[in-house]
Every structure is written in structure tokens, then in C-alpha cells.
Design a protein around this ligand. Structure first.
Ligand code: SAH
Length: 221
């Protein structure tokens, strides 16, 4: 056994436990299923090697192609807001590193994730297969169109921000259903919207300021 490697593994596990305690629980998220999933998914395997020492720090990280893996707290917060339960069908727009998809899969969801940048999608697909998250399905496409063949979805989670909530996503949300989506211009003024559909009615709530990369859609925005 290579002692160096073992020590690194123990350190990473310790960093991950500390991340959950200090960044997530300390900010008021106590839902056991979310905390358990955040403790279980090895976030350091979703970043490039040079960034491994920063994998459990309290900020987003670059993942190439001008994109970022969200700050751990934001992943936990969105997952918690959506009330994800085992066997739910969950659509994620913006696969990126695959980390958020792994957290959803760890919670027992059936995950459908859409990404527009092929190399990112392929890397994420490989990582999730290596980690045995077999209930995740992938699609290379413009996620503003959703995934009509697989609709309706109990939950929809969008991890990039556009100027509006795309209509196809609202249409593909189940009733009852919940969607979390950041809306607004990049780098400033975005808010996370929580949309709920119930008895044919759609309500939206503004959950506060966030910062995501651009949702690049075919709608010409
Ligand atoms: N959920 C990711 C974070 C991804 S960053 C993670 O856990 O790592 C946002 C991602 O959304 C980027 O990879 C970007 O390429 C993707 N994206 C932006 N617009 C998109 C669109 N219209 N359809 C699909 N993916 C899109």
C-alpha cells in the first residue's frame, strides 16, 4: 500500500466532512439526505488534477471551456430547495463536470442531464460511469429545449443563467413539480428562481442572488 496515497485519501475525506460541516450545515441546511449525498460524492474527482487541493474550498472552480463547477454550498442549496426524493425523475440543464448530477444520483434520483459542450459531456459521462452512477442519462443538446421525449420531470435544475425561464422547461415540468433556475445577466444581478407547478398553476419565488455562467440558448439572447 502506498502510504502517500492513503494519507491523501484520508485528507480528502476529512476536507469533505469539514466542507459539509462548515459550508453547508453552518449555513442552515440540515436535511440529512442532502448532507449525506454531499459527504458521499468525491468532489475532487470532478476537477482537473491541479485543482484537487482546492476541491473542497468555499468557491466555484474552473472546469475548462470557460465554464465552472458551482460552489459546494450552491449545489447543496439548490438540491435542498428542490426537495429531491428517491426515484424522482430529475432534469438537469448544464452537466458541466457532472458533479451536480452525481449528487442527485446519490440521492436516488433518476437523472437526465443535458450539456451543449461535447468534451465536457464526454468527460462527465466517463466520471459518472467510473463511480457507478448508472441511473444518469446524458444528452448533447441545447438544454433550453429540455428533453421532450422524457418529459414530464418531477424536478428541473438549471445550472446556467439566461434572461428568462425557457417555456419548454415550464411545459416539461410535472404537476406537481419544482424547478430551480438562475435568471439574469451573467456576473451581476442574477437571482435564483424557485418555480412550483401545482393544480395547473405556476408560481415563482425569488430566492436571492447567485452567480452562474451563461445559459446559451437558441432563442437568440
Ligand atoms: N452542473 C455543473 C455546473 C455547470 S456550469 C456541475 O456540477 O459541474 C454550466 C454548464 O451549462 C456549462 O457546462 C455550460 O456549457 C452549460 N450550458 C450553458 N448553456 C447551455 C444550454 N443551452 N444547454 C445545455 N448546457 C448549457
Amino acid at each position: 500500500m502506498d502510504t502517500g496515497r492513503r494519507t491523501l485519501r484520508i485528507d480528502l475525506r476529512r476536507n469533505r466532512d469539514r466542507m459539509v460541516r462548515e459550508q453547508i450545515e453552518a449555513r442552515g441546511i440540515h436535511e440529512t439526505s442532502v448532507l449525506r449525498a454531499m459527504r458521499a460524492v468525491p468532489r475532487h474527482l470532478f476537477v482537473e488534477e491541479a485543482l484537487i487541493p482546492q476541491a473542497y474550498e468555499d468557491h466555484p472552480l474552473p472546469l475548462g471551456h470557460g465554464q465552472t463547477i458551482s460552489q459546494p454550498y450552491v449545489v447543496a442549496w439548490m438540491t435542498w430547495l428542490l426537495d429531491v426524493a428517491p426515484d424522482m425523475k430529475v432534469l438537469e440543464i448544464g452537466t458541466g463536470s457532472g458533479y451536480q448530477a452525481a449528487v442527485l444520483a446519490e440521492m436516488g434520483a433518476r437523472v437526465y442531464t443535458v450539456e451543449r459542450i461535447k468534451p465536457l459531456l464526454e468527460t462527465a459521462q466517463r466520471r459518472l460511469a467510473d463511480l457507478r452512477y448508472t441511473q444518469v442519462r446524458f444528452k448533447l443538446d441545447d438544454g433550453t429545449l429540455g428533453w421532450p421525449e422524457e418529459a414530464p420531470f418531477d424536478r428541473i435544475l438549471v445550472t446556467a443563467a439566461g434572461p428568462v425561464i425557457p417555456d419548454p422547461l415550464v411545459e416539461q415540468l410535472a404537476d406537481p413539480g419544482k424547478m430551480a433556475i438562475p435568471v439574469g445577466p451573467s456576473k451581476r444581478g442574477q437571482t435564483l428562481m424557485l418555480l412550483e407547478k401545482q393544480n395547473g398553476r405556476v408560481t415563482t419565488r425569488d430566492m436571492g442572488g447567485v452567480m452562474f455562467v451563461d445559459l446559451v440558448g437558441r432563442h437568440g439572447w
